[in-house]
Design a protein around this ligand. Structure first.
Ligand code: SOE
Length: 378
């Protein structure tokens, strides 16, 4: 049967614009879905740059005014891939226009903004999702499956890190392409919203809600030149953040993120210790899930490394043959596939805006705790 078109209007053309565009193009080749994404329009202020992006990825048209693009009758889904300070305004406008929305993470600058966005999409009744892609690494989805089956038993500990080293140089400016992540007015926060948000989203999904947090943050470089003015400006983001927390299930959490861990580029890891078994995962070896089962015969008991490539493992029947692994870009393909399946089944795929708001609440509590150096309820 012919697939129904799902017309995509993409706002922004940076790193995420590329990962999402790639996913829209690939998904129909590997997943049997009711809808086929069509790259209808790409939108950004810089006409020459957005035309280049559109040509590269095969978008049918461009716009330089996002309001105009959202208003177009031939756009079904608005994909927001802009700096965080624009998410709310764009999502509110898209919801008002009755468009489905896929929004880059984190959902918003803070919980208050996120709540408004949730109310807007719920009132408009439009499908919505936030791009927390790491849930859809097959090994991470497998971890969810094993935990939900109760194999780990009671969970005692959840530990996660997201370590990078790309902002160590004091010469790096704030503001502009990609570097808007260093500008608090555009990003809202530093590693908390950018990196820990990923760890928190995965943790809430795997291990349930977080009750309270105690955090510390540090800004190692206090002033950086701002790209727009050429002047030095105070740095308002957190360069590093670590926090402790209690999960609602009684387990203890320990999270750390920094852009100052020399040698680490994107080392996202987590480990979960339960009564019967433990699980660990590492983004640099993303197709493996490490598993320790205390029930194993004591003579051969030990951590084993599961190569998540077999057809009965999450998503893997859609790709190659057992033993052949997939990578980072596939997580976005999986997310589009799940979003479309949600449209067909009427059962929205997670994380919706409302799900992602829970991550925002934890981020806000973390930043508040770091500020006044006390425990904060989420
Ligand atoms: C930052 O360097 C960044 O690109 C994040 O913005 C992404 O969300 C993360 O997946 C990789 O690192």
């Amino acid at each position: 049967m012919a697939k129904k078109p799902l017309n995509i209007g993409m706002i922004g053309y940076g790193f995420m614009g590329r990962t999402h565009s790639n996913a829209y193009r690939k998904v129909g080749n590997f997943f049997d879905l009711e809808y086929q994404p069509v790259l209808k329009a790409a939108c950004a202020r810089n006409e020459e740059a957005v035309q280049k992006f559109a040509d590269q990825w095969g978008y049918e048209s461009i716009e330089t005014d996002w309001r105009k693009m959202i208003a177009r009758d031939d756009i079904d889904v608005v994909d927001i891939c802009t700096p965080n300070n624009l998410h709310k305004e764009m999502a509110m406008e898209a919801a008002k226009a009755g468009k489905m929305i896929l929004c880059e993470k984190p959902l918003s600058m803070n919980t208050a903004e996120g709540e408004e966005m949730c109310q807007a999409v719920e009132k408009a009744g439009v499908a919505n999702m936030v791009w927390y892609n790491y849930r859809r690494v097959p090994a991470v989805t497998l971890a969810k499956q094993l935990i939900d089956e109760g194999r780990l038993g009671k969970i005692f500990h959840y530990r996660a890190n997201f370590l990078q080293d790309w902002t160590i140089s004091a010469d790096l400016p704030q503001g502009g392409n990609a570097l808007w992540r260093l500008d608090v007015d555009a990003a809202g926060s530093g590693v908390t919203g950018d990196l820990l948000a990923h760890c928190i989203d995965t943790a809430l999904w795997l291990n349930g809600g977080i009750a309270d947090v105690s955090a510390m943050t540090e800004t190692f470089i206090k002033e950086r030149v701002h790209t727009e003015t050429g002047e030095k400006k105070k740095v308002g983001i957190d360069d590093a953040c670590a926090f402790l927390c209690h999960f609602n299930n009684g387990s203890l959490g320990l999270f750390e993120s920094t852009r100052y861990a020399r040698g680490h580029k994107a080392l996202y890891t987590f480990e979960i210790n339960g009564e019967n078994a433990s699980i660990s995962w590492d983004l640099h070896d993303l197709h493996r899930l490490n598993y320790f089962d205390h029930k194993d015969d004591s003579l051969i008991r030990g951590w084993h490394s599961v190569h998540v490539t077999d057809g009965d493992m999450p998503y893997m029947d859609k790709w190659w043959v057992p033993g052949l692994q997939i990578g980072y870009e596939h997580t976005f393909v999986h997310q589009v596939a799940d979003f479309i399946e949600g449209l067909s089944s009427g059962k929205p795929s997670s994380p919706t805006f409302r799900d992602a708001l829970e991550t925002q609440k934890v981020c806000d509590a973390v930043l508040a705790s770091a500020k006044d150096r006390s425990w904060h309820n989420v």
